[in-house]
Design a protein around this ligand. Sequence first.
Ligand code: CP3
Length: 330
Amino acid sequence: MRQAGRYLPEYRATRQRAGDFMTLCKTPELACEVTLQPLQRFDLDAAILFSDILTIPDAMGLGLSVVENKGPQFARPLRSGNDIRNLTVPDMVTDLGYVSDAVRLIKRELQGKVPLIGFAGSPWTIATYMIEGGSSKNFSKAKGMLYGQSEQLHRLLELLSRAITDYLNAQIAAGVDVVMLFDSWGGILSHAAYSEFSLAYMRRIIQGLRAADTGRATPIILFTKGGGLWIEDIARSGCDAIGLDWSMDIELARKSVGAQVALQGNLDTAVLYSSPASIRRQVAEVLAAYGQGEGHVFNLGHGIHPDIDPDQVAVLVDAVHELSRPYHAG
Ligand code: CP3
């Protein structure tokens, strides 16, 4: 997670050359370059498309910029029911064609060496940014709408679900091998609200991907940060794998849903602030907790922070390769 990013000096150099984050996303040659950077440095088993979950609202006209030390910000956040009624599903060629172009370029460069993961944000998570205008601590506007103007929120989530389905289908058509839905803010919801405002729409997207993707059956990973309490419901969504953040016991998760879905995760990213010996110990614990056999995709529980030393990531990747071998014997 955040395999490419500011913790890598080569990323910072390319970002500077691009001038700003959105130009980096919108220039396929540069997006391709930063997608491949982590693979040149580490012995990784997959690439993840360099882009952002907020390309969709940007294409809807909200005007995204990513400001240093402030995170993503919209010039025109949603402020009224009218703003929502005026939104339309962006065109995947004229508005978001740069993402498919980047996918095609990356696939050509990868030459089949490792699979490419495409992604999108979940409707709820993208909606929070559109309503708040950027990152938020309390999600007061988004949650206010959830309880006060739920029809408006449903209208927005429905539109986003259609846009995200088209977007992921376009990424699949361009060549991604796996798709991942990031529901970074599902975990802030109540049990009932998660089901109604987040999971229900992700289920629709999964159905829309299955309907369009009859031949290739591209695997779908669903990641809800803070969603550990709900993994049984998530496993029933039709996804192929569940991404787990670091708070969940992966052994327990396997016991409850391991027969239905694969599990991706879930080392605490903060382990990368410790020593190489400690990183190896923590990797060993996650591997042992999942246990013998297939169905585990090792990953961090959330994104790499900009102040993490890349050499620590190299220790992690090598430890995973070495220590996971006994779990796949025979
Ligand atoms: O992992 C990868 O290498 C793929 C690239 C990727 C980015 N964003 C690049 C990025 C992915 C998969 C994302 C997803 C994303 N974006 C999520 C879901 C995952 C999660 O973290 O829960 C979310 C919530 C966003 C929205 C977003 N975009 C935020 C909150 C930020 C600011 C982060 C920060 O630390 O300032 C961004 C910008 C962003 N997206 C950066 C990167 C590398 C940093 C921007 C920069 O270069 O300054």
